[in-house]
Design a protein around this ligand. Structure first.
Ligand code: 13P
Length: 250
C-alpha cells in the first residue's frame, strides 16, 4: 500500500516572518498522520521553514530550481544550494512556471536530472489545458509530458520521484476535476510508468492530484485507486484547512 503524499504549494504567499508560526501550528495538528506532509515554500522562507519543521512530520520543498550547478544566472537558485540548506523536495515544471517563465519539457527534464543527482526529490507537475481536454488529447499529452520529464531517469531513481497531475483548468479556478477524471489520468500516468519501468516501479510511484483540492473534496479524491494524495494550492495557506486535508480520514 502506498502512503499519501500531501503537499501544500504556497506559491508566492507568506513572508519569512509568517512562516515559523504557521509551520509550528501546522505540525502540531498533523502529528498523528502516517502520510507524508510537505510544505513547498518561497525560497526566502526556506530557512525559517526548515528550522520550525525540525523534529516534526513536515518536510520542506522548494518551488523551483535551476538546472545548472552555478554560474551567471542572475536571480536563480541551484539544486546544490537547496541541498546545502537541508531541503528534501523540489517542485519542478509547475504549470505557472511553464506559462509565465518559459519552462519547457526540455528544461523540466534537465531540472529533474539535476535534482536527482543533487539528492533532491522532484515533484514533477504535468497536466493539460482546457482546450486539450476538450479536444480529447489529455491522455496522449500527459503521457508525452511524463515521458519527456523522465527521459534519462533510471528505475532506481524512480523511488525519489513524485508526479503531480494538475489539470491547468482546475488550478485556482475552484473547478476540481471529478474523482473519476482525476483518477483516470493518474491511472494513465501509472500505465506509462509501467511500460517504461515495469509494474513494480509503477505501483510504488506516488502520483498526486492537484487543482482546487479543498477540505470538502480531499477525502474522496484521495480514496481513488491511483491518486496518492494531493498538491494543494490555496487551501494549504490556512493551517486549519490544510490540516483537515492532511487528516482527511477524519
Ligand atoms: P489550487 O489548489 O489553488 O487550485 O492550486 C493548485 C496548484 O497549483 C498546486 O500546485
Amino acid at each position: 500500500m502506498r502512503k499519501k503524499v500531501i503537499a501544500g504549494n504556497w506559491k508566492m504567499n507568506k513572508t519569512p516572518s509568517e512562516t515559523a508560526a504557521f509551520i509550528t501550528e501546522l505540525s502540531d495538528k498533523v502529528k498523528q498522520t502516517k502520510d507524508i506532509v510537505i510544505c513547498a515554500v518561497p525560497f526566502v522562507c526556506i530557512p525559517a521553514a526548515l528550522k520550525a519543521s525540525k523534529r516534526t512530520k513536515i518536510k520542506i520543498a522548494a518551488q523551483n530550481m535551476h538546472y545548472e550547478d552555478k554560474g551567471a544566472f542572475t536571480g536563480e537558485v541551484s539544486a546544490k544550494m537547496l541541498v546545502d540548506l537541508g531541503v528534501q523536495y523540489v517542485i519542478i515544471g509547475h504549470s505557472e512556471r511553464r506559462q509565465y517563465y518559459n519552462e519547457t519539457d526540455a528544461t523540466v527534464n534537465r531540472k529533474v536530472l539535476k535534482a536527482i543527482k543533487a539528492g533532491l526529490k522532484p515533484i514533477i507537475c504535468v497536466g493539460e489545458s482546457l482546450e486539450q481536454r476538450e479536444t480529447g488529447v489529455t491522455a496522449d499529452f500527459v503521457r508525452y509530458q511524463v515521458g519527456y520529464a523522465l527521459n534519462g531517469v533510471s528505475s532506481e531513481d524512480m523511488k525519489n520521484i513524485v508526479i503531480a497531475y494538475e489539470p491547468i483548468w482546475a488550478i485556482g479556478t475552484g473547478k476540481t476535476a471529478t474523482n473519476e477524471q482525476a483518477n483516470e489520468v493518474c491511472r494513465t500516468i501509472r500505465q506509462a510508468l509501467n511500460e517504461k519501468y515495469g509494474r513494480k516501479v509503477a505501483n510504488a510511484t506516488y502520483i498526486q492530484y492537484g487543482g482546487s483540492v479543498n477540505v470538502k473534496n480531499a477525502a474522496e479524491l484521495f480514496s481513488m485507486s491511483d491518486i496518492d494524495g494531493g498538491l494543494v494550492g490555496g487551501a494549504s495557506l490556512k493551517s486549519d484547512d490544510f490540516c483537515k486535508i492532511v487528516n482527511y480520514k477524519g
